[in-house]
Design a protein around this ligand. Structure first.
Ligand code: G3H
Length: 259
């Protein structure tokens, strides 16, 4: 629209931040990029933002998915960056959610920690465990420590997905996907499927950050690329306005048109 043409990126960032009522917005500028280039541009912006804002003792929870994977790959310190991150701790937001190993939160936390020279804690608790097996795993000191640290994390970095796409990725049957979308599910984050009002329609049985922890998070950073996720974002952002949004330019403009 006219607005996008006459406004620079930083004006757009401020305008979007104010209209959403959140803490901060970073927009990745793009001109006719492929989907891949757009995703990479957003991930680079996110990595830069994290490097700039990372405190030397921060506990950082990072989610799974392809967006987080790209961010972790780009979390590389400048050679002249004297800042040490050896006291930073990376943690996965969740245990396994049954997706490919490279995009599981555990693997992404490990990669981010390696690139930063930081520490890492894991949550190796498989999904779909029954009561006593789950209790036993959750009583392991390492797992308890990770969960305790997740509750006091300084930053929570995550992406959002479209409900149908995430359900399909996680191997849900077409019949169940239809049931899920019939209930109004449009977005997904942290293993929760939401409707357009941010109401939870379904929750995965996986260990990690729950919705209350997310609502109380000190510094949440949501990163996404692609305007097909705008609806999911609009469903979720009101849950915690203590939020930074890092997004591509086209989606940013789409959000502005929708609020
Ligand atoms: O929960 C939503 C997913 O993290 C989004 O996954 O980054 O691969 O699109 P993605």
């Amino acid at each position: 629209g006219v607005m996008g043409e006459i406004m620079g990126i930083s004006d757009l960032e401020v305008k979007l931040r104010d209209k959403l009522g959140i803490n901060y917005v970073v927009i990745s500028k793009n001109v006719n990029g492929t989907e891949d280039m757009i995703a990479e541009g957003v991930a680079k912006c996110a990595a830069k933002y994290i490097l700039k804002n990372l405190g030397p003792h921060d506990k950082v929870a990072i989610a799974g998915g392809t967006t987080m994977r790209r961010i972790a790959e780009n979390l590389v310190k400048d050679k002249d960056n004297e800042e040490g991150f050896e006291d930073v701790i990376l943690m996965p937001t969740r245990g396994s959610v049954g997706s490919e190993i490279e995009i599981q939160a555990n693997s992404i936390a490990a990669l981010a920690a390696k690139n930063l020279g930081a520490g890492v804690e894991f949550l190796y608790v498989p999904d779909e465990l029954d009561g006593s097996a789950r209790e036993t795993l959750m009583s392991i000191p390492d797992v308890r420590r990770t969960l305790d640290h997740l509750r006091v994390s300084d930053k929570v970095v995550f992406s959002i997905g479209r409900a149908d796409m995430m359900a399909r990725r996680r191997g849900m049957s077409e019949e169940d996907i239809k049931a899920l979308t019939d209930k109004g599910a449009i977005g997904e984050a942290f293993g929760y499927y939401f409707d357009k009002n941010g109401e939870i329609v379904m929750k995965l049985n996986t260990v990690g950050i729950d919705i209350e922890m997310y609502k109380n998070a000190k510094d949440a950073i949501v990163v996404f690329a692609g305007s097909e996720k705008v609806e999911s974002f609009l469903a979720l952002y009101k849950l915690n306005k203590n939020l930074t949004l890092i997004v591509d330019e086209e989606s940013a403009k789409e959000i502005l048109n929708r609020i």
